[in-house]
Design a binder for this molecule. Structure first.
Ligand code: ZN
Length: 109
């Protein structure tokens, strides 16, 4: 899942938000289930989790949160407090996010 950074960056670049280019992807046992960009109205993680709810997937989920700069470099995509609460509530046990040091690290709730 984490080996497709180029694909994640491409999806993040599709964000309609004027400043924050962000994508969240949710995998179920390694298969991509849902993804969403952010916008001014919603956060990427929030929207991706809502899609999973509609699909009724509830276990073995991995969420990857990627944010990029205008130049397409990784930047910090640690989910906000509200999204963190939603991640915990929806019991997504594996969460990874990009950092400005060009790494993708695991979020420990
Ligand atoms: Zn959020």
């Amino acid at each position: 899942m984490l080996d497709n950074i180029v694909g994640f960056v491409k999806l993040a670049s599709k964000s309609l938000h004027p400043k924050h280019r962000h994508v969240a992807l949710i995998f179920h046992q390694g298969v991509l289930l849902a993804w969403s960009n952010n916008s001014r109205e919603y956060h990427a993680e929030d929207r991706a989790i809502e899609i999973c709810k509609l699909l009724r997937y509830k276990s073995n989920l991995t969420l990857i949160s990627i944010a990029i700069t205008k130049e397409g470099k990784l930047k910090l995509a640690l989910p906000c407090v509200k999204c963190q609460a939603k991640i915990v509530k929806y019991r997504i046990s594996n969460v990874f996010y990009s950092t400005s040091s060009q790494a993708i690290i695991r979020w420990i709730s």
